[in-house]
Structure formats: structure tokens, C-alpha cells
Design a protein around this ligand. Structure first.
Ligand SMILES: [Fe+2]
Ligand SMILES: [Fe+2]
Length: 475
């Protein structure tokens, strides 16, 4: 077996060079990871030189190193945010106690489950996106896709580090299993629903990175509060990368909208057929894609009432979004929260113990955050002088998890019958025909500075490079 030069091949700030046990575990795992990347990473990309950002340390300068890299040679690293002197658990039953530097026996199973569930999403999204490079709308976008992919690979390393370092043999087994499950596989799927959906085209990709990577942000923010300090420090560093993924999504959708508006103004039409005939994506289709990705993403937060969520909080494993900025008692024992349920065919609010509703609390924080980008998209439309607006669907729309999974609800929040749902489904969610149309626009554009017809160029390039920079050398 070839040995690994740790400081060179795996940039890290966890003193890998002097941790023999961890070295051995990673030495066994790394070839399997590379095999997985070869099989399931971006299709046809292994010989490309890609202008990527690599994290080589946690200080602000160190994680913005740019240069051409072949992706299989990317320096996947292990980084924890610097330790906070005297950090204490700041929520739940252990409030005020020093944070844990090792895994408390009684929380071991839950912590492992949290880490595995987070870890599983990272390779899943790489698998979901693996064909997109073949239809990239530009070299700039191709590079951004690959940047997201290698960073999700690094996030997998981050979770595998925790499993190897703190969970012994079962941690190593879980780390192997992370390379064995496959997105969308009937027999061995990824753990969470949205990570088994396809990402077949670039509009899906941009919606995914806007909404679903934002779910990643909220989960990571909640874990960054954890009383298990290595998890808190690892996830804090992952958040710096997540911001870029959401930027790719927000700016991507924004450029799609901008191009559509340009064509609508040129042709003076809002007729979807005419807009489509001009080779750009019509607003109703954009809205349906938005409806789909928003609804499958908010399912990721889990059931609206969950005793696991209460346990994870009370035991100090997983906090709330911005736990430290909240002014309540951080124990939440007597507190309540409003969740939705269906009574006599209508949605009504019901007060439940807040501890059991923490999935819903995080989901509501996510919704508030994601609405912001949608209003920025609407600004683009407003600036173009057009009257249509995009909006996020009602939280009860198209849900598969929790008490709302049992009802049909329109994007506006009206409970509807099964027959009404079927009648309108193609107006509310992307139809087979919509997907076919969007797929028909996807064709590879890789001449530097050129962009597919359905998307506007970005305002600026990456790392102050010009827009027509050769971001990927296809060799
Ligand atoms: Fe990630
Ligand atoms: Fe991400």
C-alpha cells in the first residue's frame, strides 16, 4: 500500500503526522475514497486541470489558495476552527459545563448518528451532480460545479475524521458505509430523501445549491453549537465553504432569470410558448422548479414533532440556529411552539412543547433565510420592468414528512382534494414536459467567455479573474 505524506496530501490542523491510529484508519480509507471519486465523481473530468480554491489552513488567507488542480489530486484536508479557550456548553441540561473533548459514553450512539447523517449528504450530492459537467453552460459554471463537488468531498473527509478519531471500530465501519451507499439506489440509497432525487439539469443544480445547500448551512450551524467540541469546530469551518455553494445557487438562478427577462423584453411577450421558442426558460417553469426544490428541502428538517430533536438538544448535542444570540433560558422546558396540523380539512396552528418542535424551529429559520434570496431574484425582474414575481410555496405544500405529509395543499396553502391535486400538479411542480424542455436547452458550452443562450454571464469572475478566463483546461 502506498503511504501518504500527510502534511502534503492531506492539509490538516489536527496533528495528523503524530496520530498513528488515525493515520492507519485514514490510510485504509483513502484508496476507497479515491475509488469512489473515480466511479461516482464528476463524469469524464479526471484529466481536467481545474482552477480551484483549496483550503490549506483555517486562517483567512489559508483557505483561499487558487490554482490549477486535477480533481483526483485535490488536497482534501481536515480542518477544525481554532479551539475557543474555556468554551462551555450553552444549552440543554448540561448548560454551563465545559464542552467535551471526547465522546461521553451515554451520547455515543446519538452523536454517531448525527455525524453519519450529515456525512452521508456530502458524497450524495456529488453523485447527484456527476453528469452535469457534460452540459455546463460555460467554463465559469463548470469550474463552480467542480469547486462545489471537491468541497463536498472535503466535507465527507471532515465527518470521516470525526468517525475515525472518536468512534473506534464502529466509526470506521460507518466511514466505509458512507462510500457504499449510492444516491437513488433502490437497494442501498442515501439516508435522506432529497439526496436521492436526481439533479438532471442546471436549473435543478442552481435550485439545489440555493435551497438544499442552505439546509446544509442550517444543519451545520446547529451542530456548530454542539457540546462535543470537535464536532462544533469541524462544522464551523465547513460553513465557510457552504457560503460559496449557496452563492453558486443564488447567482445561477439570478442569471437564468435575467436572461429570461431580457428575451421577454426583446420579444415583448409573456407567453411561455414564445419564451421557450426563443430558447430561454419561461417564468412558470422557474416557479415550478422553485416549488419542487423548496418543498423537498424543507422535508430534510424532519418531522414537525420529534422526541429525537428534543433529546439532541437537551443532551447538548445539537443546538438551535444562532443559539448564542437567543435570549431565552436555553433549556426550553416549559416553552411552547406553534406547528401546523390539519383539522376538519383546514390547516390550523397547534401549540406543542418547544423541545419537541425543534425541527420545526430550524425549518422556520431556514424559510426566513431562503425567502431573502427569492426577493433578490424578484429585484432582477422588477429592474427589467416586468410584472411577474417568484415566491416560495406554503410550508405545507408537497410535504412527505411529518403531520403535513398526509394532506394535499396548494402552493398558496389551501387544502385540496386528491382529485384537485392531480388536476393541478403539473401547474405546481415541474412536469415531465417541463423537465424535457429544460433538458433540451442543456448543451455544453466550453469556449472561454461564451455562455449558453438561456443564462446571462456573471457580473465578475472567480478570484478577480476575467469572465473569459480559462477556468478549466480540458486537455
Ligand atoms: Fe457539504
Ligand atoms: Fe454544500
Amino acid at each position: 500500500m502506498s503511504s501518504i505524506n500527510y502534511s502534503e496530501r492531506i492539509p490538516n490542523n489536527v496533528d495528523l503526522a503524530s496520530d498513528r491510529t488515525l493515520q492507519r484508519a485514514l490510510e485504509q480509507w483513502q484508496p476507497n475514497f479515491l475509488q469512489w471519486w473515480g466511479d461516482m465523481g464528476p463524469e469524464g473530468s479526471h484529466g481536467y486541470d481545474v482552477y480551484l480554491r483549496t483550503a490549506i489552513s483555517v486562517d483567512p488567507k489559508g483557505w483561499a489558495q487558487f490554482g490549477y488542480v486535477k480533481m483526483p489530486d485535490y488536497r482534501w484536508g481536515i480542518f477544525l476552527n481554532p479551539a475557543e479557550e474555556g468554551r462551555r456548553i450553552h444549552f440543554g441540561d448540561h448548560l454551563g459545563e465545559p464542552v467535551w473533548q471526547s465522546v461521553p459514553g451515554e451520547h455515543r450512539a446519538n452523536l454517531r448518528r448525527i455525524i453519519v447523517t450529515q456525512g452521508d449528504t456530502e458524497p450524495a450530492s456529488v453523485e447527484q451532480q456527476r453528469h452535469l459537467g457534460m452540459t455546463a453552460p460555460s467554463m465559469y459554471d463548470l469550474r463552480n460545479l467542480f469547486q462545489v463537488n471537491v468541497e463536498e468531498g472535503r466535507h465527507l473527509w471532515a465527518m470521516v475524521y470525526l468517525l475515525h478519531r472518536y468512534f473506534g471500530r464502529d466509526g470506521r465501519e460507518e466511514a466505509e458505509a458512507l462510500l457504499e451507499r449510492r444516491s437513488g439506489d433502490a437497494d442501498n440509497p442515501r439516508i435522506l430523501g432529497a439526496f436521492n432525487e436526481r439533479t438532471p439539469d442546471w436549473l435543478s443544480f442552481f435550485m439545489f445549491t440555493y435551497f438544499t445547500d442552505r439546509d446544509g448551512k442550517f444543519q451545520l450551524c446547529a451542530l456548530a453549537e454542539s457540546g462535543f467540541d470537535p464536532l462544533a469546530r469541524t462544522t464551523r469551518f465547513m460553513l465557510t465553504e457552504e457560503a460559496h455553494h449557496m452563492f453558486v445557487g443564488e447567482s445561477g438562478v439570478s442569471r437564468v432569470i435575467q436572461r429570461t427577462c431580457e428575451v421577454m423584453n426583446q420579444l415583448r411577450t409573456d407567453d411561455p410558448e414564445k419564451i421557450r421558442a426563443a430558447g430561454v426558460i419561461d417564468p412558470p417553469t422557474i416557479q415550478r422548479y422553485l416549488n419542487f426544490h423548496f418543498s423537498v428541502t424543507i422535508d430534510l428538517f424532519g418531522a414537525d414533532q420529534s422526541s429525537n430533536a428534543a433529546t439532541f438538544y437537551s443532551t447538548g448535542l445539537k443546538g438551535r440556529f444562532e443559539e448564542g444570540k437567543r435570549t431565552d433560558d436555553h433549556i426550553l422546558k416549559g416553552d411552547t411552539y406553534k406547528v401546523l396540523e390539519v383539522r376538519d380539512g383546514a390547516l390550523v396552528e397547534k401549540e406543542v412543547p418547544m423541545l419537541n418542535a425543534l425541527n420545526e424551529v430550524l425549518r422556520d429559520d431556514f424559510i426566513k433565510d431562503s425567502v431573502g434570496g427569492v426577493s433578490r431574484w424578484n429585484k432582477v425582474i422588477e429592474k427589467a420592468g416586468l410584472p411577474f414575481r417568484l415566491q416560495v410555496p406554503h410550508k405545507a405544500f408537497n410535504r412527505r414528512i411529518g403531520s403535513l405529509s398526509g394532506v394535499r395543499v396548494s402552493p398558496e396553502g389551501q387544502v385540496v382534494s386528491e382529485a384537485q391535486w392531480r388536476e393541478n400538479e403539473d401547474k405546481w411542480l415541474p412536469s415531465a414536459e417541463d423537465r424535457e424542455f429544460v433538458a433540451s436547452l442543456m448543451g455544453r458550452v466550453v469556449e472561454p467567455g461564451k455562455f449558453a443562450n438561456w443564462i446571462a454571464p456573471p457580473v465578475i469572475g472567480i478570484n478577480r479573474q476575467p469572465i473569459d478566463f480559462e477556468y478549466v483546461r480540458l486537455n
